[in-house]
Design a protein around this ligand. Structure first.
Ligand code: KIV
Ligand code: ZN
Length: 512
């Protein structure tokens, strides 16, 4: 048996049935072109009889998109088939995808027809469609809940009528992998003429089993997979092409099948579909989620830095993702932290790295993610750790009129000192308390505060510029609390003055 798996994409048809998704024709054409580059064998461009818009989209895609077969969906009636033929008239290669429900539930409650009547409809519609398309695919809707013996009879009629692709949809995502695999095997063994046709599967993900069911069907003999990008589709969606393909490629030892898909285009195609459809991809989505190649735990990061195969079963490049990101957070270890420091250009002594690691852990406890800018700010903030003035304690309280009383305890070259002041805000009051404590006439000239990273838990960086005896000094402070970063910045400006030996009189400069 041919080992090649053919991929039929229904992002533009079943995918567009995702609640809230409605694509315009130019967007559909853009997606179709991207799917051709990805290597899809068939693109289901839409359901021409459903609306004028769908008809226009299918005919535009049929006219403009080259390099793959274009399919159009139709119910088993003459009008739908005629509209599909008209819409596909200029396709390089056209496929009719005609369907009818076959399960007793659908026959009784939806179609209100007997099994015999449905068989007659299939026979008639295939006779009607003959010669109007390059090929015909027949789908038995709700096949997974259809009586197996009857399903084989329906497929036999379809094969006799000229269908060369027989689709077995798990319309409601009800199957388990073992059941679905057995169903495909049964169809293969009990349908006359099946060797002339390709068995196709179309799995919905209601129980999260779409990929497992598809793979089981492939093992049992299915050779066409109907799928969507990012797993878009009705309700919980359809099977995601990226998941089926990467499972077959990554576990080729288990699934020895050929897939002709240009996998490095997965990430960019996923982003395009997500953007145009307005449906975000969950960060933990397999293959194309933002976290699919991100590692946070210290143990994993350590392993990854030694050898990526410890925690990665495929390379980011194989699906076009950016290189593995080691996300620093509270689970990161010292090894990954030091690696980040080196990447940022800091070659620090072990003791210094240890010190910074403690501060990083404290920061990571407060923030969900620690970015490179945060680490950079941490290192810069503590660059002059041996500085003369350290804030030991800082508090502030406000009254009902908006006045704030700030108190500050600082370790100075002359021992610990404490002072307090009132201001019209926490920063103002704290700055006044520092000025009283240092008791030196410097003047604040500039004060700026900005967020170093993103999110409401981002680090705030404060920068102050002060003038002392006609000279300008600068101080910088970083914290998730902007009052604290302001206080640190002001104290660091005092340190800068002290380092310049200007505060010798008051505190006795030890450097000199
Ligand atoms: O899920 C389904 O049964 C379908 C058919 C039209 C193939 O989408
Ligand atoms: Zn479907």
């Amino acid at each position: 048996m041919d080992n090649r798996i053919y991929f039929f994409d229904t992002t533009l048809r079943d995918g567009e049935q995702t609640p809230g998704v409605s694509l315009q024709t130019p967007e559909k054409v853009e997606i179709a072109q991207a799917l051709v580059r990805l290597g899809l064998d068939v693109i289901e461009a839409g359901f021409p009889a459903a609306s004028e818009g769908d008809f226009e989209a299918v005919s535009t895609i049929a006219r403009e998109v080259r390099g793959c077969t274009i399919a159009a969906l139709a119910r088993s009636n003459e009008n739908d088939v005629t509209r599909a033929a008209e819409a596909l008239a200029s396709a390089e290669r056209s496929r009719l995808h005609v369907f009818i429900a076959t399960s007793d539930i659908h026959l009784e409650y939806k179609l209100k027809k007997t099994r015999e009547e449905v068989l007659a409809i299939v026979k008639h519609i295939l006779e009607f469609a003959k010669g109007k398309f390059d090929e015909i695919e027949f789908s038995a809707e709700d096949a997974s809940r259809t009586d197996l013996e009857y399903l084989c009879r329906v497929f036999e009629v379809a094969i006799e009528g000229g269908a060369s692709i027989l689709n077995v949809p798990d319309t409601v995502g009800y199957m388990t992998p073992e059941e679905f695999g057995n169903r495909i095997r049964y169809i293969k063994e009990h349908t006359k003429g099946i060797e002339k046709a390709i068995i196709s599967v179309h799995c919905h993900n209601d129980l999260g089993l779409a990929n497992a069911n598809t793979l089981a069907a492939i093992e049992a003999g299915a050779r066409q997979v109907e799928c969507t990008m990012n797993g878009l589709g009705e309700r919980a969606g359809n099977v995601a092409i990226e998941e089926v393909v990467m499972a077959v490629k990554t576990r080729h030892d288990h699934y020895p099948f050929d897939v002709h898909i240009n996998t490095p285009l997965f990430t960019r195609t996923s982003k395009l579909v997500s953007k145009l459809c307005g449906v975000a991809v969950s960060p933990n989505k397999a293959i194309v989620g933002a976290n699919a190649f991100a590692h946070e735990s210290g143990i994993h990061q350590h392993g990854m830095l030694n050898n990526p195969t410890t925690y990665e079963i495929m390379t980011p490049a194989s699906v076009g993702a950016e290189k593995t990101s080691i996300v620093l957070g509270k689970h990161s270890g010292r090894h990954a932290f030091e690696d980040h420091l080196v990447n940022l250009g800091f070659q620090l002594e072990e003791e210094r790295v240890n010190e910074l690691f403690v501060q990083f852990k404290a920061l990571a406890d407060k923030k969900k993610q620690v970015y490179d800018e945060d680490i950079y700010a941490l290192v810069m903030d503590t660059m002059h750790h041996e500085q003369a003035f350290h804030v030991v304690q800082h508090d502030y309280h406000s009254d009902q009129n908006g006045y704030v009383l700030a108190s500050i305890r600082v370790l100075t070259p002359n021992g610990e000192r404490m002072d307090a002041a009132v201001g019209d805000g926490p920063v103002d009051a704290s700055f006044r308390a520092i000025e009283r404590l240092v008791n030196t006439p410097f003047v604040l000239e500039d004060f700026q505060i900005r967020s170093v990273t993103v999110g409401k838990d981002a680090l705030g960086e404060a920068v102050v510029k002060v003038n002392y005896n006609g000279r300008r000094f600068q101080g910088r402070g970083v914290s998730t609390d902007i009052v604290k970063s302001s206080v640190n910045a002001y104290i660091n400006a005092v340190n800068a003055i002290y380092l310049a030996k200007e505060l010798e009189q008051e505190f006795g400069n030890q450097e000199g």
